[in-house]
Design a protein around this ligand. Structure first.
Ligand SMILES: Nc1ncnc2c1ncn2[C@@H]1O[C@H](COP(=O)(O)OP(=O)(O)OP(=O)(O)O)[C@@H](O)[C@H]1O
Length: 251
């Protein structure tokens, strides 16, 4: 398998707080990588460094490299609009725009200059199909996205992220606010998506990591303690701290 993102000696500070300590990781393409660890260990911080969503946090300092598409994304000439098109993100709480379902999905492509109605129709349908929500919304595309259930809103946000044809989808605890049925739909969806995309997900739920991911990274207090195949990490962890965490001894 090939590496899509290579992180080298990544350190991050929020003011004086050293939140990520020399993280090194190679993230495989077309697989699901789960980031796990107790609250405050730096999972979300790490995820956000992958498409520079942290850039505007006051007092932040980032050192090291995140190599993607043949360059360090922290190099001075990198276009962050391009980067975030390539590496999309879905958040913990669904955040549809207060507009129609159609316009939510068409928003990104329109921003990138697509004006043809037929082309937009095609993108909207394909994205909603890929996010496994087309059948539920195809008769109400002009209705407000805010009228959808929480689970539907989250799948709509996935469709919105897919509409600009990213390579990588970052999911930050995207099922933690959802009921078990919606959660299971999003988990199934993540597994389907990996044939076309690379998925990197933060989850508090170890069963979820074990169910859906191919690789798992365990963070503790800003350190990447262990990274490996999910099956191996959960069955025979090499680090005592990983073992303590996955067996519920702390966290
Ligand atoms: N914008 C910020 N400014 C200052 N400190 C921050 C900021 N965001 C996060 N931190 C701190 O950095 C550390 C890592 O936070 P982060 O949100 O990445 O952890 P996490 O593992 O995702 O936690 P959780 O599972 O609770 O979401 C924590 O100590 C947190 O308080």
């Amino acid at each position: 398998m090939s590496t899509i993102i290579q992180v080298k000696d990544l350190n991050l500070w929020y003011g004086a707080h050293h939140a990520l300590h020399g993280v090194n990781i190679d993230i495989p393409e077309h697989e699901i990588t789960a980031l796990i660890g107790p609250s405050g260990c730096g999972k979300s911080t790490f995820l956000k460094t992958l498409n520079r969503m942290n850039d505007l946090v006051p007092g932040i300092r980032i050192e090291g490299e995140v190599n993607y598409a043949g360059q360090n994304i922290y190099a001075p000439n990198v276009d962050t609009t391009w980067l975030r098109k390539q590496i999309g993100m879905v958040f913990q709480k669904a955040n549809p725009f207060p507009m129609s379902i159609y316009d939510n999905v068409a928003y990104g492509p329109r921003t990138h200059g697509i004006r043809s109605r037929a082309k937009l129709d095609e993108i909207v349908e394909n994205s909603l199909r890929s996010a496994a929500i087309w059948d539920e919304v195809k008769d109400r595309l002009k209705k407000s996205a805010l009228g959808l259930s929480g689970g539907q809103q989250q799948r709509l946000c996935i469709a919105r992220a897919l509409a600009v044809e990213p390579e990588i989808l970052l999911m930050d605890e995207s099922t933690s606010a959802l009921d078990p049925i919606s959660t299971s739909k999003i988990e199934d969806l993540a597994v389907e998506l990996k044939s076309k995309y690379t998925v990197i997900m933060v989850t508090h739920n170890m069963q979820q990591a074990a169910r859906v991911s191919d690789n798992t990274a365990f963070f503790l207090l800003g350190d990447l303690v262990e990274f490996g195949r999910t099956e191996t990490l959960f069955s025979t962890p090499t680090d005592k701290r990983t073992e303590d965490y996955i067996t519920g001894r702390f966290g």
